[in-house]
Design a protein around this ligand. Structure first.
Ligand code: NDP
Ligand code: MG
Length: 393
C-alpha cells in the first residue's frame, strides 16, 4: 500500500455506539481515512441517514427482509444478509475493518478479514472472549495487525509500546464499577433496569452498560486481555477506579508501573486504533483532561460478593474451551430478561452460574462456538422463564 493513499475503512456495526463514534472520529481525518463501507443489522433509519451523510461506496444490511427500506442515494452497492459482513470486510478497497458489532455475528467476517490481510480495529469483545484461541494464532500466522479499541486494552497496548512483554509482572485493568458500585446487597436485589442503564462515566450500548454493573464486562475483558497480550490469568488483575481516568496499567518486574490516562471518551481509543502510530489532534478541547477538576484518583479491590460477574469471567477463562462462549450466549439472554423486567438484578449471576454448571465443555472451533452460544441462549431462556414463574407464583 502506498504511503500517500488514504486508508480505506469499513465499519461493521455503524449504527451502534462505537460505530457512530467511529464515523465522528473519521470526520477529523479526511486526508488520512476514507470511508468505504458501513454495515448494520436492522436500524435502517439510521443506516439511511449515514448513507446520506457519509456516502459510502458499499452498504451492508444483515436483515434481508428490510431490503426495500434502504434508500440508495448515490448508487451505492448494497449487500444483504449476514454474509454481507464478510463481503464488506474483505473488499479490496478496505485496509482497516472496524468490528463494532455486538455479539458474535461478525466472527466469520473478522476471520475472513484477517485471512485477507486487513488491519482489524476490534471493539467487539465477544470475538476474543469466545474465539481468542482460534483468532490469535491466525493473526500471528498471517502477520495481520489486530488493534484493540476497548479502552482498557488500548491503554495496555499504549503502555506496552517499546516494552518487552516478558518484563511484565502483571496487567491491571481498571473498572469504573458501573452504576451500582455503591449499592448494598439489599439495594442490588431491588435494582431496576433504568438505574442500571445510567452509567456514571461512559455512554455505551445497553448490553455492555448492564455488563458494567455486574462486573461481567470486566470478566470478559480479563479473557480478552489474556488472548490479546498472551499472558496467563494470574498475571491479569482488576482494580475499581471510580474516576475512569486511568484506563489501565502495566506493572513490570522491576517495580515500575506505566498507566495510560485520558478523559473517558471512546473516541480516543477509536482514533488511536485508526491512526496508529500517529497521535494527531482529533477531538477539540474535550480531548484534554482538565486537571483542575481532578482532585483524587481512587483505587479499590473489586467486591466479588456483590459483583460475582468478574469471578465468573476468570473461572470460564481458566476452564477455556467453549465455556466463555456459554457465558457470552447466556449473558445476552439474562441481560435482556433483566432489562425487560422479567428477572431481578441478582438473578443475572445466579442464572449464569446455573447455565455454566450445565455446560459440557468442547474443543473450540467456529462450529462449537456457534453451537454453544445457541445452546446457552436456549438454556438461559428456559431458566429465565422458570424464574419468572417462581417470582409471580
Ligand atoms: P451497540 O448495541 O450500541 O451497537 C451494536 C451494533 O451492532 C449496531 O450497529 C447493530 O446494528 C450491530 N448489529 C447487532 N446485531 C447485528 C447483526 N445481526 N447484523 C449486523 N449488525 C448487527 O453496541 P456497542 O457499540 O456498545 O458495542 C459494540 C461492541 O463493542 C460490543 O462487543 C461491546 O462489548 C464492544 N465495546 C463497546 C464499547 C462502548 O463504549 N460502547 C466499549 C468497548 C467495547 P443495528 O442496531 O442496526 O441492528
Ligand atoms: Mg472496556
Amino acid at each position: 500500500m502506498s504511503r500517500s493513499r488514504k486508508k480505506g475503512v469499513a465499519i461493521l456495526g455503524s449504527t451502534g455506539s462505537i460505530g457512530k463514534q467511529t464515523l465522528e472520529v473519521m470526520k477529523s481525518f479526511p486526508e488520512e481515512l476514507q470511508l468505504v463501507a458501513i454495515a448494520a443489522g436492522c436500524n435502517v433509519e439510521l443506516l439511511n441517514e449515514q448513507i446520506h451523510d457519509y456516502n459510502p461506496r458499499y452498504v451492508g444490511l444483515t436483515r434481508k427482509d428490510l431490503k426495500d427500506t434502504i434508500i440508495n442515494v448515490a448508487g451505492q452497492k448494497v449487500l444483504f444478509g449476514t454474509e454481507a459482513l464478510a463481503e464488506i470486510a474483505t473488499l479490496q478497497e478496505v485496509d482497516i475493518v472496524v468490528v463494532a458489532t455486538s455479539g458474535t455475528v461478525a466472527l466469520l467476517a473478522t476471520v475472513a478479514a484477517i485471512k485477507a490481510g486487513k488491519t482489524i480495529a476490534l471493539a467487539n469483545k465477544e470475538t476474543l472472549v469466545t474465539a481468542g484461541e482460534l483468532v490469535m494464532p491466525l493473526v500471528k500466522a498471517r502477520g495481520a495487525e489486530l488493534r484493540t479499541v476497548d479502552s482498557e486494552h488500548s491503554a495496555i497496548w499504549q503502555c506496552l509500546i517499546g516494552e518487552d512483554v516478558r518484563a511484565v509482572k502483571r496487567l491491571i485493568l481498571t473498572a469504573s464499577g458501573g452504576a451500582f458500585r455503591d449499592y448494598s446487597l439489599e439495594q442490588l436485589r431491588d435494582a431496576t433496569p433504568e438505574q442500571a442503564l445510567k452509567h456514571p462515566n461512559w455512554n455505551m450500548g445497553r448490553q455492555i452498560t448492564v455488563d458494567s454493573t455486574t462486573l461481567m464486562n470486566k470478566g470478559l475483558e480479563v479473557i480478552e486481555a489474556h488472548w490479546l497480550f498472551d499472558l496467563p490469568y494470574q498475571q491479569i488483575s482488576v482494580l475499581v477506579h471510580r474516576e475512569s481516568i486511568v484506563h489501565s496499567m502495566v506493572e513490570f518486574h522491576d517495580g515500575s508501573i506505566k498507566a495510560q490516562l485520558a478523559v473517558a471518551d471512546m473516541r480516543l481509543p477509536i482514533q488511536f486504533a485508526l491512526m496508529y502510530p500517529s497521535r494527531l489532534k482529533g477531538l477539540g478541547q474535550e480531548a484534554y483532561l482538565d486537571w483542575s477538576k481532578v482532585s483524587q484518583l481512587n483505587f479499590t479491590e473489586p467486591d466479588l460478593v456483590r459483583f460475582p460477574g468478574l469471578k465468573l469471567g476468570y473461572e470460564v477463562g481458566v476452564r477455556g474451551g467453549t465455556y466463555p462462549a456459554a457465558l457470552v450466549g447466556a449473558d445476552e439472554v439474562v441481560v435482556e430478561a433483566f432489562l425487560k423486567g422479567k428477572i431481578g438484578f441478582m438473578d443475572i449471576p445466579a442464572l449464569l452460574k446455573t447455565v455454566l454448571g450445565n455446560h459440557q465443555n468442547a474443543a473450540v472451533s467456529l462450529e462449537t462456538i456457534q453451537g454453544t452460544i445457541e445452546w446457552a441462549r436456549a438454556e438461559a431462556l428456559s431458566l429465565c422463564q422458570q424464574r419468572r414463574r417462581t417470582i409471580f407464583m
